[in-house]
Ligand binder design. Structure first.
Ligand SMILES: C[S@@+](CC[C@H](N)C(=O)[O-])C[C@H]1O[C@@H](n2cnc3c(N)ncnc32)[C@H](O)[C@@H]1O
Length: 236
């Protein structure tokens, strides 16, 4: 499998600056070295909107080994798996340990460093840029809120659909509230007052996910909730 040398790509800096929790005081990179929690809020030109709901992210969970629910996503998966927005790489490591060929993709240099240290095969770059073996992956993961990447779930699902093979799976984690449907510019902050640059994000529950999948040309195969986490298996 050939891997594009992302770290050398020219023109990639602007994209990286708009990734989850990046830019500004780099709260995501800081959390990855300290494994705390992060808060995400809608933002406008003057910064985080005080009236906006706060979304908590548990970076410690992402940095820990895959838990039972995470590992259950690998049941029946034996062909190549790609984790889109893999963060510190726990799903890639879990897949590799289960004998499944796996690759992670992430914009964050800090996340890629941590993932590689943990033994995960990871490329640094955007899911919207060309990826190795597009159209051949059995399974693509969009979990831990990653359906929000880019702030446009239809575009992201269309992209994920092009990455998997015909008959493959895009496993998406939906927001626990089935009616959630919001797209916004967000910033990530931490308890020490670090603030990221703004980036586009979305949160969608099962209803909007099914609608977005339909618009993206993907077909739902199953949806299930386990331990307050909701997943949907989409195919093309
Ligand atoms: C909500 S976090 C989820 C982290 C993760 N799934 C884990 O296990 O740690 C979103 C992740 O997606 C990455 N990301 C954001 N935009 C991206 C893009 N366009 N392409 C690839 N990764 C992206 C971020 O750097 C971050 O690691």
């Amino acid at each position: 499998m050939s891997v594009t040398p992302w770290d050398d790509q020219s023109g990639a800096d602007e994209r990286r600056a708009t990734g989850f929790g990046a830019g500004g005081d780099e709260p995501y990179a800081a959390a990855l070295s300290g494994a705390g929690t992060l808060q995400m809020r809608a933002a406008d030109a003057s910064g985080p909107r005080r009236d906006a709901p706060v979304v908590e992210f548990d970076v410690a969970r992402w940095s820990a080994p895959a838990d039972q629910v995470d590992r259950s996503l690998l049941n029946g998966v034996d062909g190549p798996l790609i984790d889109l927005g893999c963060g510190p790489g726990r799903m890639v490591v879990a897949a590799q340990c289960a004998g499944v060929p796996a690759l992670g993709v992430d914009l964050s240099a800090a996340a890629v460093r941590v993932a590689r240290r943990a033994g995960a095969d990871v490329v640094r770059g955007s899911v919207f840029d060309p990826l190795p073996a597009e159209g051949y992956w059995d399974t693509a993961l969009l979990i831990d809120g990653n359906i929000g990447i880019g702030g446009d779930p239809v575009r992201l699902l269309r992209r994920a659909g092009a990455i998997i093979r015909v008959g493959g799976s895009v496993i998406v984690e939906a927001h626990p509230d089935p009616r959630m449907d919001r797209r916004f510019d967000a910033v990530v902050t931490d308890r020490r007052g670090r603030v990221s640059a703004a980036f586009p994000w979305a949160e969608i529950g099962l209803e909007a996910l099914l609608d977005s999948a339909d618009q993206a040309g993907l077909i739902p195969r199953a949806a299930w909730t386990v331990a307050h986490r909701t997943f949907c298996d989409l195919t093309r």
